[in-house]
Design a protein around this ligand. Structure first.
Ligand SMILES: [Zn+2]
Length: 189
């Protein structure tokens, strides 16, 4: 049944993977959590399983997503963080009651309260965003070099020279475009 919805773009950084549920922001945008149950699916992938999601909770999630995107874009370009985005991120972070739990195998698991699971999951995402935006985490915020994307991503590569939000999509497309251009150039000579 999920085949009718766009696939997720799964990255390794929670907060920027979350902002990547809306892609091609500068082109023909693709909404990857168009309905509440797709947010439920996405959260499950990141170990934040919730039983259900209401349309109002999806709105909250998208508001947080756009706030993280705005703040991360500002941080990547050296501009001041938008106050409204900071407020939303802080509201979501403080209004959740997720708890980190250590499993016997030594792994972290998130424990969400049954009554407000989506809000709890969003608080985990907001806290992850704060870690990145505050410079607490080792890495660099940058904007994707694809002109139709320009997504803010968190570069944790050794050299800090990553150019694309995602190698398999934006990076690959750019490589193909360069290849086609070089083929055209070769044909013209
Ligand atoms: Zn991109």
């Amino acid at each position: 049944m999920t085949a009718e919805f766009p696939d997720f773009r799964l990255g390794t950084v929670l907060a920027t993977s979350f902002t990547a549920t809306l892609t091609e922001r500068r082109g023909k945008a693709v909404e990857r959590i168009p309905v509440p149950h797709r947010l439920v699916d996405w959260l499950a992938v990141y170990g934040l399983a919730v039983d259900s999601c209401t349309p109002a909770q999806l709105d909250l999630a998208r508001e947080l997503r756009e706030s993280i995107h705005a703040a991360a874009t500002a941080a990547a370009t050296g501009e001041a963080l938008p106050a409204s985005a900071v407020r939303v991120i802080n509201d979501r972070s403080t209004q959740g009651r997720a708890a980190a739990v250590l499993t016997p195998e030594g792994e972290r698991r998130w424990q969400l309260s049954p009554a407000s699971s989506v809000e709890d999951a969003l608080s985990v995402i907001a806290a992850d965003a704060i870690g990145i935006l505050s410079g607490e985490r080792d890495g660099r915020l940058a904007l994707c070099a694809s002109p139709t994307c320009q997504a803010a991503f968190f570069d944790t590569s050794q050299s800090r020279t990553r150019r694309w939000c995602d190698m398999n999509t934006c990076g690959n497309r750019q490589k193909k475009a360069r290849f086609r251009a070089s083929q055209r150039g070769a044909a013209g000579t």
